[in-house]
Each structure stands twice: as structure tokens, then as C-alpha cells.
Design a protein around this ligand. Sequence first.
Ligand code: FES
Length: 348
Amino acid sequence: MRTARTKLRRFPVRGSFDAATVYAILDKAPIAHIGFTKDGTPAMLPMVFWRRDDHIYFHGAAKNRMFGAVTEDPDVCVTATLIDGFVAARAALHHSMNYRSVIIYGRAEEVADPVEKLAALRGLIERFYPERWDKIRQPSEREFQSVSVYRLPIHEASAKVRSGFPAPYPEDFGREVWAGFIPVQMTLGAPQMDPNSDPATTPPQDMTRLEAVMASAIPAAAATKPKPAQTAAAPTKTEVKTAAITFELADGTSKTVIAKTGMSVMEAAKGAGISGIVAECGGSMACGTCHIYVAPEWASRLPPPTAGETAMLDFVEGGPRPESRLSCQIKIAEGMDGLRVKVPDAQR
Ligand code: FES
């Protein structure tokens, strides 16, 4: 849910308030950091957590200072982050990380009902090890009382995702330094048996949930591709043709731009100062601020979006529509004369 607290101010296009996106990130993150206030001092603890429907749950020793503090002041801020890669750019301040993160604000409440509490604890085990709960010893009364379980609604939450290459800054192209990203992936090692185990036992057969938590979920195709190589041969004079592209602007007016073939629609828009086409990443499919709607009669006449473009469209301001495209990914070609596109109101 979008609120003053979850509003994304920096690279808002990387954000999402879509529950499916938020849930997908939470379901991959092994731990979350719970921020709370204790005696007027901010504090934060990393904790294992699990999600059931539209709540996350976390637990710990009932005497944990966090639970005492949360009982007094239930306002918490929870973050969960997955690191997908290190991004090395050509300029010092353009280095970055590829990541997926969620932030949730809300009021935590204790799960006090014993039946609900036991079900919640079962959910913790089964988050990682399906069908293990019925094989393990159930908590004794003393153990049960010694832990607290809290839950937090996932209502005031937002997600933020960065993927792909460094943002392209043409003034740095050609510098003799490698640029790109180094993917990060968590993997499971070989199970190590506790020496006190019954030697007849075997490691969990079903590691699918652990593997699901560990594996990176960013499909390779979602990684942004680099700006077309600068070294690509410039079209010769005889190859260059033009096409008229009409932009309907958010204020209801329209502007027709004569653009050369080979340019992207985004480049044509930027060159003509079309309001609402920011193109913050310069065309590397990492910002979504070049979002346009293509007129219905043109949708089937353009090359279809790649998987990476479709993935990025999920994060555009205001959300995608069937006719949504990233203008940086549409190359103007012969036959596009008369193309009509609209700048979304959300980019006004
Ligand atoms: Fe950034 Fe198109 S996605 S300019």
C-alpha cells in the first residue's frame, strides 16, 4: 500500500506496491531486520521470519528485549533484502548493487492464542522443511511458554528492485576499465550430519523449499542489456530514413517529431524535449522512466517486447497496461512512419 512512509523518493520506478512482488521477495529472504524503539532509542534485530497470507511472523525468546519493547510500542519497521549482484561502473559514484528489497511499516501484535501460536510455529518449520513438523518433537509446555510469536500485517509495504548493468553515461563510454555486474547467488552446501544423530537417518529428501529460498529469482532475461554498442557502425547517409512519431502528452496536447531510423523512440522523445520521458538510465532498461503507451493500431506492428522489457514494465510508475512499452526499447525502423504513442499521466 502506498503511504507517505512507503512512497519511494529515489528511483521510484524501481518500486512496486504490488502484493505479488512484495510476497515473492519476502518468500525468498531468509531473514528480515526488525526495527523498533526501546526507551526512545532506535534498535534493529535480524530475525528469521515467515509469511502466511498477508502477515509476516517472527519469534524469539519471550524475554527478548525486542518483544518487551514491541509490547510497549508496537510500531515497527521491517526490511528484507536479497542481494543479486555487484554493479561495477566506469565512474566512482555510479557503482551500485543489484537487489530486491521490501520494507514494511506497521504495528506488530503478539500471537497469544495457543492454537494459533502453535500453527504459526509449525509454519516456521515448514517454510524451510516441508513435512518435518510431524516427525520432530513438539514443544513442551515450558518451551512453548518460553517463546513469543509476533505478526505484522503486510499492508503498508513496498518493494524495490534493481537489476542489470550500470546506468550508461555516454561521457564515460570507452574508458579503459571493465564495467558490468557480477551476479551473486546463495547456494546450499552438502548436508553435514550432527554426530549425535541416529546413524540410520538421512538428510532431508525434500530440499526444494530451501533451494527456493537460496536460489536467485531474477531470470537472466530480466537483467538489463547494455546500451547498443557505441562501436556499431553509424548508418550511412543513404541508409538513414525518417519517420514521424506523434507523442500524445499528459496535458492533452500532442507533438509530432521527425526522427531518424535507427534511433530509439526514447532518443527521439528526448531530442525533441517531450515532457514526461525522463529516461533516467539512458536506455539500459533499468529505470522505466521512458514508459509509453503505444496506440492500439500500432501494437501488433512493432517488434514484441523482450522478457527483460516485460519484467521492467512491472515497475513503471502507475503500473503497466497491455499497450505499455519502454520507448528506449523501440527502434525506429522503416514502416514506422505515423507511429502514435502516449505519455502516461503518471509521468506528468
Ligand atoms: Fe530507462 Fe528506458 S528503461 S530509459
